[in-house]
Design a protein around this ligand. Structure first.
Ligand code: NAD
Length: 365
């Protein structure tokens, strides 16, 4: 066998997270029951927002929770987390079942972080928090994130039927949050060929799924693909770590209280346009996954097809805060970013995203 002269050896260290995934449309109640029984849990805490409680009760079936918690707030305020921890310990909870989007999963993680209580996560959006060991808490308008294996749900139960009620607009932004996990994984600090493969398939599945959801919001085919892609995206992100895109969005969400999924959906093309010229392998992977000749054009076409939001201003972001935001973000930019980042380039990027201007001006080679 001959090896091509330009062959670069595959040398990397990849860490996979231990987690059971039960995927099945219409099977959530059965799968959650199996998880509760396998865990031998006797005192279940059910976390779901008030709006999702009826759905959550169908998912836990005949199991009567020892504690039901409905105070779910985006970005997990530290005070809410602390109140929930106190109640969980007081009630002697031995398993948490969370039914909801990333905010609900995030609260379960915050409880697990200090108590070690295991989690069965039942996601109802495409945010992907259920497949990561990343936690987030907000205090004093600053979002703190950290990595701890205690917060990784031991099991995830996916059921596309639970996402049918997610409005198309939220489905689109949540799914683009998933695409952002994939894209950012390609240049994040622990990017490797395994998480790159997951990311590429995640982009493909999410793009197919989101177009399917928009074409047929009440159908399950697009929603299943979107959910599958969201899982791949989150596994890639958990393995590769946070890249430039996530650092920007965490500051925008935590400091300016911008909605998570919408912020990701808007910022993604700008970070992509900024980085791809310096990351040719990532550019090829994104373009191929989107069946496009150019990564940014492929993303723009997807965003057009699904009617993605385009300007941070529309979320209430005040452009007068651009310099301040850039100053907070800059020290957090990972050294792995393919293109050097400074205060000026961050301000340009945020300015374009604030106004929803074309990302073309950010391209660099
Ligand atoms: P979310 O959980 O805040 O949900 C958004 C809205 O959608 C809420 O009003 C919710 O009630 C509603 N909703 C959820 N599921 C629904 C359904 N099936 N039908 C109808 N409405 C539904 O939003 P999100 O985008 O899922 O999660 C955002 C949060 O998750 C942020 O705090 C973010 O930081 C965190 N997150 C964390 C990670 C991680 O790895 N730690 C990854 C992704 C997101």
């Amino acid at each position: 066998m001959t090896i091509a002269r330009d062959h670069s050896p595959l040398v990397f260290t990849h860490r996979a997270l231990p987690q059971r995934v039960r995927f099945g449309t219409g099977h959530a109640a059965r799968n959650v029951a199996s998880e509760i029984s396998d865990a031998g849990a006797l005192r279940v805490m059910l976390i779901a927002s008030e709006a999702k409680l009826a759905m959550a009760r169908t998912v836990t079936g005949s199991v009567e929770p020892a504690l039901i918690w409905t105070d779910v707030v985006q970005h997990v305020p530290a005070a809410v987390a602390e109140a929930a921890r106190v109640e969980a310990v007081r009630a002697g909870v031995d398993l948490i079942v969370s039914v909801g989007g990333g905010s609900t999963t995030g609260l379960a993680k915050a409880i697990a972080l200090t108590t070690g209580i295991p989690i069965v996560a039942v996601p109802t959006t495409y945010a992907g928090s259920e497949a990561t060991n990343v936690w987030g808490l907000t205090e004093g308008a600053r979002k703190t994130t950290g990595v701890d294996d205690r917060v990784l749900p031991g099991a995830v139960v996916y059921d596309a039927e639970l996402t049918l009620s997610l409005p198309v607009e939220l489905s689109v932004t949540s799914g683009l949050n998933g695409v952002a996990h994939c894209v950012d994984s390609l240049w994040a600090p622990r990017a490797d060929p395994i998480n790159a493969a997951l990311a590429a398939e995640g982009i493909r599945a999410l793009a197919t799924g989101l177009r399917g959801v928009v074409a047929d919001p009440g159908g399950l085919a697009g929603r299943e693909q979107a959910q599958f892609g969201a899982y791949l995206a989150a596994v890639a992100f958990a393995s590769a770590g946070s890249g430039l895109h996530h650092k920007i969005c965490h500051v925008l969400g935590g400091t300016y209280d911008l909605p998570h999924a919408q912020t990701h959906a808007i910022v993604l093309p700008y970070v992509t346009a900024f980085n791809v010229g310096a990351a040719p392998a990532a550019e090829r992977a994104i373009a191929r996954a989107l069946d496009a000749s150019d990564a940014v054009e492929g993303l723009d076409a997807l965003r057009d097809d699904v009617g993605a939001p385009s300007a941070l201003r529309d979320l209430g972001f005040d452009p007068d805060r651009i310099r301040e935001a850039a100053e907070i973000i800059l020290p957090q930019v990972p050294a792995s970013n393919p293109r050097p980042v400074d205060l000026d380039s961050l301000q340009l990027l945020l300015g374009a995203a604030a106004d929803g201007r074309s990302s073309e001006t950010l391209r660099g080679r």
